[in-house]
Design a protein around this ligand. Structure first.
Ligand SMILES: [Zn+2]
Length: 117
């Protein structure tokens, strides 16, 4: 049975430029809110709100490491949809952290190498 309500809810989550950008980042590598903030150039409350929405919908999984909570796309259905919409993530970029300039997140502090240099 096709669950039209469920499917349209998922489409709604994707049908938003900033959320789609976040999903694109979070399907590659787990990231924290402060990293998304630096990457998207949006204020923290805005990012938190979008992350909360995706998390509540069951699309993101969170993992707390020290002071930071890292989010990643965990839903296999959403991952498949993102592959269709955005193209598959190149293997070389899977699990790779995209360093943002002026980001103070632990991952950016650890690897000061810019991925797209
Ligand atoms: Zn960062």
């Amino acid at each position: 049975m096709t669950d039209y309500k469920h499917l349209s809810q998922r489409l709604k989550l994707m049908a938003h430029p900033e959320r789609l950008r976040m999903l694109d980042v979070l399907r590659r590598n787990p990231e924290c809110v402060c990293h998304l903030e630096a990457l998207l150039g949006r204020p923290q409350p805005y990012i938190s709100q979008q992350v909360r929405m995706l998390h509540r919908a069951g699309v993101l999984k969170s993992e707390k490491l020290g002071q930071n909570t890292f989010y990643r796309v965990s839903d296999p259905e959403m991952l498949a949809w993102l592959d269709l919409v955005l193209g598959a993530v190149p293997v070389a970029l899977l699990g790779r952290h995209e360093t943002a300039t002026a980001c103070v997140c632990p991952q950016c502090q650890r690897e000061p190498v810019t991925l797209y240099a």
